[in-house]
Structures are given as structure tokens and as C-alpha cells.
Design a protein around this ligand. Structure first.
Ligand code: PLP
Length: 294
């Protein structure tokens, strides 16, 4: 894998400075590293332009506020992103054009130097592009507790996109050991939450109504920018929108089910707990169209 293009932001470099990512740049006591104490955004750039940047910036601002971390200005961050994207190695060509995965990280930094942020850009991984085409096999797995209960306690950081993704990565290793690709979390009472790194979207045709459903985004799960953009476009196109609650039986009876996130876009769920699900390629294209408007 090639080294990502890196731009670091500092108080005296608010628009960022291009750095050599193959060099040691993070201190061993950086608390983003030692405690997962920081926030991030993962975004998709098509033809070297970040898609839905305002939505990502708004979520980054909300995450930073919850963790009491300083937020780079939108203008400074945009300049840093432009600098990194201009310098990046070529990315894969897809229907969207040239694709790159872009990350923004704000770390607590060292106790001595304090918080800092950086931006990385690398070509979108082939494994993710494949999921758009071939779909994913998903397993329903318990979340252990209902994250909606965390919402009342700001120190539990519900809805913040923190660097502490060890559990999200662990569940992916677990599903892969079971021959599946992804996980969908459920509460103890079997209510659907979200994927390990994605939002759940379901389509259902109810008489002459067409309805898109997703679990209520403000109830302890991450509000997905991809789900938000798709729902905004779908509403304009006459879809009705529903926000759950959804249960396993709803997903099994769906007319189509997807995992949605910024780099994956829409991955159709082909199997749920081993049961084949209905597939609708035309519908996936339709929803991709709404996403392109966002
Ligand atoms: N939920 C979780 C837990 C995620 O990690 C992600 C993205 O990484 C999403 C949902 C989807 O968010 P977005 O569509 O903004 O990429």
C-alpha cells in the first residue's frame, strides 16, 4: 500500500502544510494514539473534490464540541484538503471519476503540546469498490446495550465520531471469521441500530407507496451523511421516509436493504444471517442518483 498524502494543520499553519507521511511525525505520547482520544471524518473525493463537505464539517464540529477539542476553521480545513488532494497520487477511476478516500483527524495530542489535526488522502481501496458491485453478507449481532441510553449523558459521547473504533474493527474481524462481510448491531430487544461503519437503509413498497426506512439517527447511533443525502434526494423524488423502529423481520422482508457510508456509498446486503435477500439493481442506481445530487 502506498503512503497517503498528508497535510498537517498547526496554529501557525491554519491552512495546512504538506508533510512527508513516511517520516515519524506523531509523538509516542499522542493521546489520539494512546487513548483513542480524538475525532475523525472519513470522506470520499471524486475528481479531487470532497463530496458533501458541509455535512462532514458539521458532524466534525459536533464531535469536536462533545470532546471539547478545537475545531479548525472551515476555510482553513478546505484549503488543507485542496492542498492534499492536489498533491495526491492518482486514485482508481470509477463511474464517479477519479476516487480518493480522505480523512480528517483531530487528536488530543501530547499533554505538553496539546491538540492538533491533519488530513490524509489515498486512493479508495479496491475492497470497498467491490462491495458496491457485489454487495455484502451481513450478520445481526448484539450491541450489548442500547446506545440510546447513552444520549442522556454527554460524557458517553453518543453520536460523536471518535477515534475509539476498536470495537467496530473487532466486530468486523468476528463476522469475517464467520464467512460474512459486515455486521448490523441490534439492541437486546432486537431493534436494528447501524452497521459497524455504516448506516442501514431499507426500501419497502407498500401498496402504491414507496418508503425508505432507516433507524432513528439521533438515538445513540452515528447520524450518517450518506443516509442523510439519500433521504433528502428521495423525499424530493416522492419517496416517503420512515425512521423505524426496525426489527430483523423488517429487514428480511425488505424489497431492498443497503449499508451506506461515504466511501462505500451503497453496498446492497445480499444475505442476512445466511438468508438471501431481495436484490434490486435499478433501485440501487436510483438511490445513487439521489446521493450524487447531495
Ligand atoms: N455509522 C458508523 C458507525 C460509521 O462509522 C459510519 C461511517 O464511517 C456511518 C454510520 C456512515 O456515515 P457516513 O455516511 O457519514 O460515512
Amino acid at each position: 500500500m502506498s503512503t497517503p498524502t498528508l497535510v498537517m494543520l498547526k496554529s501557525d499553519q491554519p491552512r495546512g502544510q504538506l508533510m512527508d507521511a513516511s517520516q515519524p511525525l506523531i509523538m509516542i505520547e499522542d493521546q489520539g494514539l494512546t487513548r483513542g482520544d480524538g475525532v475523525f471524518e472519513t470522506m470520499l473525493a471524486a475528481n479531487r473534490k470532497v463530496r458533501k463537505f458541509p455535512a462532514h464539517y458539521a458532524r466534525l464540529a459536533s464531535s469536536a464540541r462533545l470532546l471539547d477539542l478545537p475545531l479548525p476553521s472551515q476555510e482553513g480545513l478546505q484549503a488543507a484538503l485542496d492542498l492534499a488532494l492536489e498533491a495526491a497520487d492518482p486514485g482508481p477511476q470509477t463511474l464517479l471519476g477519479e476516487e480518493h478516500t480522505v480523512k480528517i483527524i483531530i487528536s488530543r495530542g501530547t499533554p505538553h503540546e496539546g491538540p492538533h489535526s491533519w488530513v490524509t488522502v489515498s486512493g479508495s481501496p479496491a475492497s470497498i469498490l467491490k462491495q458496491r458491485e457485489e454487495g455484502v453478507k451481513a450478520l445481526l449481532l448484539p450491541r450489548g446495550h442500547d446506545p440510546a441510553q447513552d444520549s442522556a449523558y454527554p460524557w458517553l459521547l453518543a453520536g460523536a465520531k471518535t477515534l475509539s473504533y476498536a470495537v467496530n474493527m473487532s466486530v468486523l474481524r468476528h463476522v469475517r471469521s464467520q464467512g460474512a462481510d459486515d455486521a448490523i448491531w441490534v439492541t437486546e430487544d432486537r431493534r436494528i441500530l447501524e452497521g459497524a461503519t455504516s448506516s442501514v437503509i431499507m426500501a419497502r413498497f407498500e401498496g402504491d407507496k414507496k418508503v425508505l426506512y432507516t433507524p432513528e439517527p439521533s438515538h445513540g447511533i452515528l447520524p450518517g451523511t450518506t443516509q442523510g443525502a439519500i433521504f433528502a434526494g428521495a423525499r424530493k423524488a416522492g419517496w416517503e421516509l420512515g425512521y423505524g423502529p426496525l426489527y430483523p423481520q423488517d429487514l428480511l422482508q425488505a424489497d431492498a436493504l443497503w449499508l451506506a457510508s461515504s466511501v462505500r456509498l451503497l453496498a446492497p446486503v445480499t444475505h442476512l444471517n445466511g438468508t438471501p435477500l431481495a436484490q434490486d439493481r435499478a433501485l440501487t442506481q436510483e438511490l445513487m442518483g439521489y446521493l450524487a445530487q447531495g
